[in-house]
Write a protein that binds this ligand. Structure first.
Ligand SMILES: [Zn+2]
Length: 481
């Protein structure tokens, strides 16, 4: 996500079932012990967002087929969700905000559904055994909602950002950090459960529909155009996007990597450099952070002045207007830090934003602008325009859900990395970053994993550094390291 600060308020397979789904046996061939299936949990236990995500299963793949009519802001859709049960399930939840569920099946049998706020409770005809792969199909429609993130402020300046499904002047966009994806598709909406995606969108011509990954097909029939996008690499649901509107498309290649940039004609004059800049940023970041994790790169440059942030949507960052160089670097850096290496819980958001912010400092340093040390000093001294509020709380311990995108997570997170770089030296520092993106490629991680890696690679304890900069309230002593 961009620095325009967002403010948020939302919130062993041997045990089988005493039921018709019981089909297995132990490796010895003896009948398995039976256990009672139970409902999956309504959340994954995230300390900041306890209701986000759901327990009892792990999604492998989402196949979303969407038809969108901008005139009525109407979405008609089918979600096919392939998952594996991590417990014997009598029922399970999906996160879904608004919209009407018309039909639901599990393994092709009609399933019962109940709505409880943003929880869609699905009860299959037959229980799902632990370890069993199962396919859920949800048919749904309606006018998808924009989620207003607000800290309860009423004045314009203090109002939070918006996410979910948002109408633009010529279409709409779906953006989902941290909760908004539930406004346009049902799923396990927590970053601890990543999955592959195929997203197919049908829109009235001449509008276009841009999403993550690779465009497999574009077909047109009866005034409607259908775009089939495929993202085989795991993706956290908050990084999924759909942008519908009038776009000029640029398809180029950089080092064999397809570069797909969609630009709203209203931003064209200011965005001419974006295709080459995205290529340059992707190649530069690969030299610093390791192999690029995905099969394509690109950007969506929309014209959406009412939005006040950009988002690192996977392979295709979304910009609400033509971005400057540093913002492109920031969102491209997120492809490694956030999209490929994803925090297992939202309190570790600094693993995204601290790293993406520090990428900006590194870029500026290499462009003969301010050195990272000078930027650090400006933050420390409070002279940097983004330094306001950075001491409000320690970056690895946001106190409330509406603070996961606050200044400490960005600025002080980046300062932590700079202190680490000074303590271990450049060679070890960049080796740590490349090892981090390699060891957790397409996976999940937490702060403790990063600290362990830093200790291992440097041979230093680094206790005081991480304690002071990541966890301890107040402004740390500058003397260290
Ligand atoms: Zn960011």
């Amino acid at each position: 996500m961009s620095r325009a600060l967002r403010q948020l308020a939302l919130p062993a397979a041997a045990v089988l079932l005493a039921c018709s789904a019981c089909t297995g046996s132990t490796p010895t061939g003896k009948p398995t012990s039976h256990t009672t299936a139970s409902p999956g949990a309504a959340g994954v236990g995230d300390t900041l967002f306890p209701r986000l995500g759901n327990g009892g299963y792990d999604v492998a793949h989402y196949s979303l087929t969407l038809a969108y009519q901008p005139d009525e802001n109407m979405l008609k859709a089918t979600a096919v969700i392939t998952a594996r049960a991590t417990q014997a399930l009598s029922s399970f939840n999906l996160d879904l905000h608004g919209l009407a569920v018309r039909n639901a099946t599990v393994n092709k049998h009609v399933a019962q559904t109940v709505r409880r706020g943003d929880e869609l409770v699905v009860t299959p005809a037959a229980t799902v055994g632990r370890g069993q792969k199962f396919t859920t199909v949800i048919v749904y429609d309606g006018v998808p909602e924009t989620i207003e993130d607000s800290k309860g402020a009423t004045d314009e300046d203090s109002k939070g950002a918006t996410e979910g499904w948002m109408e633009t002047d010529d279409g709409a966009v779906g953006l989902g950090e941290p909760t908004g994806s539930m406004a346009w598709f049902p799923g396990n909406h927590h970053p601890s459960d990543k999955a592959g995606y195929d997203i197919t969108i049908t829109v009235p011509e001449p509008l276009e529909a841009i999403s993550n990954g690779t465009l497999k097909h574009r077909t047109a029939k009866g005034g409607w155009a259908t775009y089939e996008w495929s993202s085989p690499e795991p993706m956290p649901s908050y990084a999924a996007t759909v942008a519908v509107g009038d776009f000029d498309i640029s398809e180029t290649a950089s080092g064999g990597l397809p570069v797909y940039v969609a630009t709203d004609p209203d931003e064209k004059a200011k965005a001419r450099r974006i295709p080459s800049l995205v290529s340059e940023a992707t190649a530069w970041a690969a030299t610093r952070f390791g192999l690029y994790p995905f099969a394509s790169t690109g950007a969506i440059v929309d014209h959406f002045p009412d939005l006040d942030y950009a988002l690192e949507t996977q392979t295709r960052p979304y910009f609400h207007k033509a971005p400057d160089d540093k913002l492109v670097i920031h969102e491209i850096a997120h492809q490694w830090f956030g999209n490929s290496v994803t925090p297992r819980s939202w309190k570790d958001m600094w693993l995204n934003e601290g790293f993406a912010t520090y990428a900006e400092w590194l870029w500026e340093e290499e462009q003969d602008g301010n050195t990272a040390q000078e930027t650090f000093d400006a933050f420390y001294n409070g002279t940097h325009p983004e330094s306001e509020g950075i001491w409000d709380f320690p970056p690895a311990a946001p106190p409330a859900p509406e603070q996961v995108s606050d200044p400490p997570v960005y600025g002080r997170g980046a300062m932590t990395l700079h202190q680490l770089r000074k303590a271990v030296g450049d060679q070890t520092f960049f080796s740590i970053l490349r090892t981090w993106t390699k060891e957790h490629r397409h996976g999940g991680a937490q702060s403790a994993d990063f600290i362990d890696l830093c200790r291992k690679k440097s041979g230093l304890a680094l206790d005081a550094l991480f304690n002071d900069w990541l966890y301890k309230p107040g402004k740390p002593s500058r003397a260290r390291p």
